[in-house]
Design a binder for this molecule. Structure first.
Ligand SMILES: [Zn+2]
Length: 484
């Protein structure tokens, strides 16, 4: 990758990894006894809290600019974890309290764990989030020529609004695996002097007939093909040949190598503050690297939790938790089995594993739409989450909510730490979204879905509140650090 070792990690070492972040310990808004009646979370911060909120926001933005897909998320998380004293989990790793390990599933999912004081049979505490985000992807044979342009054939990952991806600077990022076992990593578009890729929209002068169409019909998925080149250098070759020749000479990649490749096109846009007061963050990929980063930071700051604490950051939620790196994979149960076996191989058995899972608790994070000033009608007011009013408990009903006794324990945990929270229930008939939570409640774990209200989810730039992002991280820290 073309990324110099950033000062961000040094900052983390000097400041972020110290547990001074968890400081606020009272609701300054005297009108409220618990979070439901509180005013904006901003009004509950003292000057010191404010500093932490903005510093965490800066760290988070820097991380988002490096972690563009699940592949780069895992690579960056591994670097951070190693700096924070985490080691790769081995079959004979000692299970002493406070030991710090990471386990990576095929470069696309990462688990970070701090071993607890109690045996694994008494259950673990997990914070989970997904690290893939909606994007375009190159097809297996992507390069073609049309009207003198070399273009990429693409498909999409996750739900996107097609019209938002035209005239948007795109980064090409991912890996190409060659037959000899070597891998080429490409990251082109985020540095100022990199070329970008772009899908040209119609000029208003020539779009008659198009502008009368429904928005959803104006740009078809198959039309989302960005420009990859346009300069012919020989009369006997078209520009598609030139692009393939360039890939070969500059990166050692052949046309056939592109079949064994995972190349994504993501918005080549850096994370930015929004508004005069810089209260909000606009960035690509906050769904759900917002949750994943909070879990990552929280687990890295733990020292000796009562129960073993795990951050589980997983691929492929946007396409239904599929494949061997998605939440449906048995990698998680194998990980728990491995930890139990390492702790006491003589007593490990299938039934003990199942009981350990049943005794385990999880916060499954995924962002959800906040009340949008453009169209607040997606929610009735009392059940809609507002930016700047805390993390939200997803109370979707219809069998999807956590049971009431677990919800009560989580309320207590949040209130005791003065972490503002709210709830989310969609209007009846409004569409919701899937999460990874169901894959873990299926294992008989106690799971609650947490969100953070975000505007413009699944668009190239979604918008979050810095104070919510910070409080989510605090909630993860409290949950992982405190026994049931
Ligand atoms: Zn999500």
């Amino acid at each position: 990758m073309k990324i110099a070792f950033p000062t961000f990690y040094l900052t983390l070492l000097i400041t972020g990894l110290l547990p001074v972040f968890v400081s606020s310990n009272s609701f300054a808004d005297s009108d409220c006894t618990d979070s439901l009646d509180c005013k904006s979370s901003w009004l509950q911060l003292n000057a010191n809290d404010n500093k932490h909120v903005f510093r965490y926001g800066d760290d988070y933005k820097n991380f988002l600019d490096l972690a563009r897909t699940e592949l780069s998320f895992v690579a960056e998380a591994k670097k951070m974890a190693r700096l924070a004293g985490f080691e790769a989990l081995q079959t004979d790793s000692p299970m002493t309290a406070g030991a710090r390990y990471y386990a990576i599933n095929r470069d696309r999912t990462i688990a970070l764990m701090v071993i607890g004081e109690t045996p694994m049979t008494e259950g673990v505490r997990v914070v989970g989030a997904h690290i893939d985000s909606p994007r375009l992807e190159l097809k297996a044979r992507p390069v073609y020529e049309k009207e003198g342009f070399a273009l990429f054939q693409t498909q999409f990952h996750g739900g996107i609004k097609t019209y938002q991806w035209t005239n948007l600077p795109l980064e090409l990022t991912g890996r190409v695996d060659r037959k000899d076992g070597s891998t080429v990593y490409l990251n082109l578009g985020m540095n100022d002097d990199d070329p970008i890729f772009i899908i040209p929209d119609m000029s208003p002068h020539t779009d008659r007939g198009y502008s009368n169409k429904k928005v959803s019909d104006q740009v078809k998925h198959e039309e989302l093909d960005p420009i990859a080149g346009q300069r012919p250098i020989a009369t006997d070759k078209d520009v598609a040949d030139q692009v393939l020749a360039f890939l070969k000479s500059e990166h050692g990649i052949t046309r056939a190598d592109l079949v064994s490749a995972e190349l994504a096109l993501t918005p080549a846009l850096k994370s930015r503050d929004v508004g005069f007061d810089r209260a909000l963050i606009a960035a690509y990929g906050q769904d759900d690297r917002l949750g994943a980063y909070a879990a990552l930071r929280a687990v890295m700051e733990l020292e000796k939790p009562a129960q073993t604490a795990i951050a589980y950051l997983v691929d492929n939620e946007e396409v239904g938790n599929v494949n061997n790196t998605g939440a449906k994979s048995t990698f998680f149960t194998t990980l728990i089995a491995s930890l139990m076996s390492a702790q006491n191989s003589s007593t490990y058995e299938e039934l003990a594993l199942r009981r350990a899972l049943a005794a385990s608790e999880m916060i499954s994070i995924d962002v959800n739409p906040g009340i949008n000033p453009k169209n607040p009608a997606g929610y009735e007011k009392s059940n809609g989450p507002k930016l700047g009013y805390g993390v939200n408990l997803k109370m979707y009903g219809q069998g999807f909510s956590a049971n009431s006794e677990f919800t009560a324990r989580i309320r207590r945990l949040l209130d005791d730490a003065a972490i503002p929270w709210q709830t989310t229930t969609y209007k009846v008939g409004q569409r919701g979204g899937g999460t990874i939570g169901g894959e873990f409640s299926r294992l008989d774990m106690e799971v609650i879905d947490f969100g953070v209200p975000v505007l413009s989810i699944h668009t190239p730039m979604s918008i979050s509140s810095k104070v919510d992002v910070y409080h989510l991280y605090r909630a993860c820290t409290e949950f992982l650090g405190n026994a049931r």
